[in-house]
Design a protein around this ligand. Sequence first.
Ligand code: NAP
Length: 378
Amino acid sequence: MPKLENGLKALVSSLADSPLEGIEQSVSIEVQTAPNPADLTPGEALIAIRSAGLSWVDLLMTSGQYQHMPTLPYTPGMEFAGDVIAVGADSDAIWLNQPVFVDCFSVGPRSSGAYQHAGGFASYAVVPVSVIRKIPTDWTYDQACNFAGNYETAYHCLVTRGQLKADESLLILGASGATGVAAIQVAKSLGARVLATTRTAHKVEQLKQLGADHVICTQGESDGDVRRFRDDVKLLTDNRGVDCVYDGVGGPTSLEAIRCTRFGARFLIVGWASTPDVARGRGRRGAPNANRIPTNLILMKSLDVLGCPAVISTKHDPSLRATRQDDLLLWAEQGRIKPYISHRFQLQNLKEALLAKWTGDIIGGCAILAPDLPLRQT
Ligand SMILES: NC(=O)c1ccc[n+]([C@@H]2O[C@H](COP(=O)([O-])OP(=O)(O)OC[C@H]3O[C@@H](n4cnc5c(N)ncnc54)[C@H](OP(=O)(O)O)[C@@H]3O)[C@@H](O)[C@H]2O)c1
């Protein structure tokens, strides 16, 4: 094989006080020395990365405000897709020259093992062949690397925890987010009726096109205010309230959403995008600013409040993973789900991309593109 050209990689070398500071202070773009294919150990593959998904978690990790902290320095980018350009001895050569994506729980910064350093915001990654997956038919690299984290989260919340059924009503908070759009598609795939929320008026039509049956704008009179939207929900549910809430937003939006539920509803705790400073910055442990929800309403409304950690749950019950991966790949092949990507950025512009994520400009997925492949082979 010809010698490979050096590439680029992002590096997080220190932890900031907040994600916003992290974008400015913690993330740099460096030269990546091209791996030598001859150094691959048995069972390894070398991937020329084409595209990597940008996630809210990538942002939180720059300040250590996410529950899982990779060892510094690390290359961010939990999910990535590209071409297998070399395999080690005893590796399954069937993957050679194939377009693939990787299992983001097993390599990269969200993983715990020996391949944690193999993040996706880079030109190359060396990974075990066992984590390589075939890209679903007709999907692009950008779609493949905005898949597993988002759709496995939506599946874990709505199927495993929420037990969502056909014809039930679901209120999705933060529906324009990466996991939010995945939740719309998973819920529609299950036959549920989706009520979606957004703060942002110009996202309303787009969310309808992405499958939401109704979209409610939650923006109050001044910036950051959440308006009373329980009446909108009651109107859309014959005054009953929804059967289930998917809450990826937290804060005042959650408090209003509790009032949108029917008696005996399920309230799925997915995340808290509106309150990113729940935990201390710089990786200090503890959560002094944790969200609080009123126990009186939980009692009176007989709510089932369910925590839904997609990765942690699989540590406690590894059997959860195979079923959800199989179901999602089947739905992908059947065309029932397909990641939507609103923004693409070159790797060199990673800071701009992180800022767009922080300010909520992105709808669904975001792709970070590695420098063009032909430039990397001599
Ligand atoms: N449970 C799990 O296993 C799991 C897995 C992945 C992620 N998460 C968590 O789930 C949450 C959502 O993740 P994501 O990937 O969907 O994030 P995302 O792509 O950043 O989307 C979050 C959405 O929430 C809304 N939002 C953001 N800030 C807000 C604010 N101040 N007030 C009201 N709405 C706000 C925005 O929608 P609008 O602009 O349309 O309002 C945004 O599109 C995060 O907290 C993340 O850490 C949990």
